[in-house]
Ligand binder design. Structure first.
Ligand SMILES: [Zn+2]
Length: 458
């Protein structure tokens, strides 16, 4: 981030890195979570700065913490959101103990450093600084660190929206997202995720006939039928949807005009994608999920209890994610089309269906983000795209379609290639400089969105 006072940056580096280090040492591996320890810690931290929030949620060991900071006049409300829980970490493969919160070589190390205790810390410092400046804005800034995101069981944000909407009601939400920049020639591309793909996970129950394994040619081996199904799903050409989310990325990141044209043409997109995957596999991986849904068979289970017994039933579980605006009926139609004529007897059962969802774009929040980026990263480009996973933004949009929820936690020094592989992985760590920038970014976005009130005394 250019144009910041170096003394300010080093002061915020110190404050954010110490806070993040302490948060990482509180083990909130989910399961089981135990997030109340973080909620209580943050309540005490804010209290130490003269600010009162609420530790709230059920069950008692899975609480969230919410604090509302009112500006000088009424106006819109912005919620800075981050989750307290982390995915488990097995210490064996790490260079440092995963719950040490060690600060070394310019990084804070440990589970949650980029997903997403970094934001628990950075947002807290942003809100503390806004309060210390006298909350010089119109509206409300709400700080929330919440339980139960990584394997959502109904607590955390979902619980708050149902039981304490008064605490978390807002016009705008800024949440975690795939925020590190992607180098784009001389420019830095930031991906703002205005929506999330839905889930249409299903299982195919494949029927067979029991029999002796010594007669392999006997018809009706459900394992062989399941294998034919997997093959048919893999080779089936799925429809391609070209919308703003893929169009923006292709336009910005693909230089070859011929390839770019192919990637933007639904009829040629799959072939062009195969071409892109050879030249730039990372970029192909970013674009493919934005083309609609795809089938990823992940689990095969047979009910045979012995190697010499043919099973009567094989269950094939398939992960499938769909874009906002599409539904499971389209997925089922595509499965039927793919398996038309395949020699197998099967039926489809849904495992988990959540429709994709999105917020409008552009909005005052995206404009505020853009303005802050323009100020500090002059050669940046902000692209509107979709999150291919699931985050708590979903619950805000489900509770109130008027809410604008965006996912973006920008890293400025390290790129997407550096940062994205660290989440849920060994040696998770964040550059102290980027952590401080995340705090300063959140602070400036709040002031930009809620119209900073200049202090007449200077
Ligand atoms: Zn996360």
């Amino acid at each position: 981030m250019a144009g910041l006072d170096p003394a300010l940056v080093s002061e915020v580096e110190r404050e954010t890195s110490e806070l993040l280090s302490q948060l990482i040492r509180i083990d909130t591996s989910n399961p089981p979570g135990n997030e109340t320890a973080v909620a209580a810690f943050m309540a005490a931290w804010f209290r130490g700065h003269g600010l009162e929030g609420e530790v709230v949620g059920e069950p008692a060991d899975r609480a969230s913490f919410v604090l509302r900071l009112e500006g000088r006049r009424s106006g819109p409300s912005l919620l800075l959101l981050a989750h307290e829980d982390v995915v488990p970490a097995g210490a064996a493969d790490w260079q440092v103990p995963p719950f040490s919160g060690l600060i070394k070589d310019g990084y804070v190390w440990g589970r949650g450093a980029v997903d997403i205790k970094n934001l628990v810390a950075a947002n807290a410092v942003a809100v503390r600084r806004l309060a210390a400046a006298g909350a010089p804005f119109d509206g409300t800034v709400t700080y929330a660190c919440t339980a139960d995101e990584e394997s959502c069981t109904g607590g955390g944000v979902r619980w708050l929206l149902e039981h304490r909407p008064d605490l978390v009601r807002c016009d705008y939400v800024l949440n975690e997202g795939d925020g590190a920049f992607v180098p784009c020639g001389e420019r830095h591309l930031f991906m703002l995720q205005s929506g999330e793909k839905g889930t249409a996970q299903f299982r195919l129950v494949v029927h067979g006939q029991a029999g002796h394994g010594s007669v392999p040619l006997r018809r009706g081996n459900a394992v062989l039928a399941a294998a034919r199904i997997v093959e048919a799903l893999a080779v089936h050409e799925l429809p391609v949807v070209i919308d703003a989310s893929s169009r923006d990325l292709v336009e910005l990141l693909v230089e070859d005009p011929e390839l770019r044209a192919g990637l933007r043409d639904a009829a040629r997109a799959r072939a062009a994608l195969a071409d892109l995957a050879e030249r730039d596999p990372q970029l192909a991986d970013m674009i493919e999920p934005l083309y609609g849904f795809a089938f990823s068979p992940t689990i095969v289970q047979s009910n045979s209890v012995a190697v010499n017994v043919l099973p009567t039933r094989v269950v094939l579980s398939v992960d499938c994610r769909m874009l906002a605006g599409h539904d499971e009926g389209e997925v089922e139609a595509a499965v039927r089309a793919a398996l038309d004529g395949v020699d197998a007897e099967w039926e489809l059962e849904w495992i988990n269906v959540i429709r994709g969802n999105s917020s409008p774009y552009p909005t005052p929040l995206s404009q505020a983000i853009d303005a802050v980026l323009q100020r500090h990263v002059p050669n940046n480009v902000l692209a509107n795209t979709q999150c291919v996973g699931f985050t708590d933004s979903h619950w805000f949009r489900a509770a109130d379609p008027e809410v604008v929820a965006y996912n973006l936690d920008p890293h400025f020094e390290e790129s997407h290639a550096d940062v994205s592989a660290r989440a849920h992985n060994v040696d998770e760590r964040i550059l102290v400089r980027d952590l401080a920038y995340q705090a300063l970014f959140a602070e400036e976005v709040a002031l930009e969105l809620l119209r900073r009130i200049e202090d007449p005394r200077g």
